[in-house]
Design a protein around this ligand. Sequence first.
Ligand SMILES: Nc1ncnc2c1ncn2[C@@H]1O[C@H](COP(=O)(O)OP(=O)(O)OP(=O)(O)O)[C@@H](O)[C@H]1O
Length: 261
Amino acid sequence: MDPVSTTTPPASFAPSLEVSGLAYAYPDGHQALFGVDLSIERGERVALLGPNGAGKTTLVLHLNGILEAGAGSVAVAGLPVAKENLAEIRRKVGIVFQDPDDQLFMPTVREDVAFGPAAAGLRGAELTERVTEALERVGMAGFADRPPHHLSFGQRRRVAVATVLAMRPEILVLDEPSSNLDPASRRELADILRSLDVTVLMVTHDLPYALELCPRSVVLSGGVLVADGGTQELLCDEELMRSHRLELPFGFDPRSVSLPV
Ligand SMILES: Nc1ncnc2c1ncn2[C@@H]1O[C@H](COP(=O)(O)OP(=O)(O)OP(=O)(O)O)[C@@H](O)[C@H]1O
């Protein structure tokens, strides 16, 4: 048997995300991650929970190679996150930042959504189709010719999601997707995210939102992955919640929510 085939699964069978023994210290010496292991299968929606300073952003910045692992490895759909693969990795890992204005800078919504695919070489009808599809998936097709700065915050967040979906990413990473959204916009975004056929990793302090959207959660605390399991099960674990400064809103009962699939 070919020895390579026993250690390197074909990309189509590899998990969307495989983080192994990831450790990282910032240049000032602060150790932010200590040997994190995390595997996410295709199509899973996973919430990344943890108190302030846990290392969540540090972990996310490793997924598309903004930070380089001190030790351990990260692979996206079987492709190692390494300098020689960065262009491909950045097409596969779509990050939606907390502030949509960090991602929207073109005169119109259409141009913002077209920016990534055009930079990747798409032109003409293929590019138009990609933009239309992404805007339809977030319910913003009717806004293509509007300047992003004329849209509401919730609409801008949806366009930011479309800019990332237009790249047809392997994994969609969202940083606090529910922040600053009113209840209706929050629900609409949840419906959109549930409808997508893509792997989702969502960083959030909004525990009810994690429960609503993600069947699975992982808890990072002090740079260590301290829990990995069903979101409802984790949120019902009072000792886990208390010891990692995770708090549910007053009166919220995680058992009362009908679970996502
Ligand atoms: N550029 C940096 N240099 C040194 N230390 C840093 C740097 N950025 C973050 N840290 C430290 O690394 C640790 C992890 O930070 P990180 O931003 O990853 O946490 P987080 O879980 O995303 O927090 P939050 O929920 O507050 O966004 C913290 O102790 C933080 O102070």
